[in-house]
Design a protein around this ligand. Sequence first.
Ligand code: GLN
Length: 478
Amino acid sequence: MTGSYAEFRRRRQAGELRCRDVVEAFLHRIEEYRDLNAFITVAADDALRAAEESDARFDAGTPRALEGCVVAVKDNISTRGIRTTCASRMLENFVPVYDATAVERLKAAGAVIIGKTNLDEFAMGSSNEHSAFGPARNPHHPDYVPGGSSGGSAIAVAARLCHVALGSDTGGSVRQPAAFCGVIGFKPSYGRISRYGLVAFASSLDQIGILAQTVEDVAAVFDAISGHDPRDATTLPEPPTQSLAALEEVPETLHVGILPEHILRDCHEEVRECYQHHLALLRDAGVQLTTVEIPYSSAWVPTYYVIATAEASSNLARYDGVRYGFRAPVEEGEDVITATRTAGFGAEVKRRIMLGTYVLSAGYYDAYYRKAQRARRLIAEAYARAFASLHVLLLPTSPVPPFRLGERLEDPVAMYLADYFTVSANLAGIPAVSLPAGKTRSGLPLGLQLQAPYGADEALLRYARFCLQLWRGGQDLR
Ligand code: GLN
């Protein structure tokens, strides 16, 4: 009952089950797995109503592309009438009056929104521990983090609390939690999915992404929500993708770039083993592998943290206690804005605002921000050169397996370094997907990542499906 959407759809069309029963089953599981803290808000009534409408459509023989698909939405994506908190005190009671374009399109395609998922406050983090609503937990072991910042969305898919989920990926926040929870996490090329209604963290890096159990489900959702949006001037002027239809085409040749030993040197031993094992499977299947140097890789993390914090400091200036959201109670003569921002933001968000303000300040702008912009261009160009002779690049998703709750909290730099393999795709704007790739000896999921040239999203999903099938011994997942 709680498998992939494609499987559900087949069974619904065969009359074996009803959307309403499936939503009830998911709601029941959400309750059962409450300790994982995956959801901030559950929209049970709305979801049941939408499910009844979907049943009517199926009964009438007119189901839409995602009819009855149960979706969990990260709580930094606007949902009309359902509170959208960004896991922050600042927006604890904020109820948007409009839907994000992605949500609007999901609903128009017949999807059922089941609730809003937990995250690191304003999507800043890699462990989901920086949430004003408490940390979320890894469904494979409750003492471990689910990854972040889209931790709740990854848990929701992994624990079968929905069919698919939306997340946001500024520097890995869809891919890394997907890897930590053992599901698929896809970040499209910048501009492929509208950011309208996605609460801004770092606008030049932010993209909405999709988490699911199968590549088919990722593709179906992508096709429904991608495409130009007049309300987001950074979307590509292209119609929605048609990736689902093209998935089955088996690539005639596949040329995969692999990383040189020195880039993998600092990875956890089990991550290295996982990488070597899976590339050997590709080699055995006749895939052409080439070791590629990606210059400037040592600049990935520092460049990202300069640009992301700079943009965050500017984007978060709007939370001032004056226009909307939280306002701190003040004594006569006290400064409302300072009091509100002091009480409303958590420690990690404040750290980023201070860092970002610093790198943008008159005296340090050239030394940090301008230099980071230049580095970003070099990083993107290096990727473009590498892709000239490759279809995709294979990387670990994270240099470390899931870690214990609290393990990295006291050391922000150690936390930032865990983003090593994900931030570069956002800096270059290219599409990337994390695929489940086995488990550690202690049973925690590991993920591997495929990255593709800018705009090659459909091809990337096709290769992803191919690799997954190959890694699973030629067997389809379902
Ligand atoms: N972990 C990264 C950060 O903390 C990425 C966050 C994200 O992608 N939203 O900035």
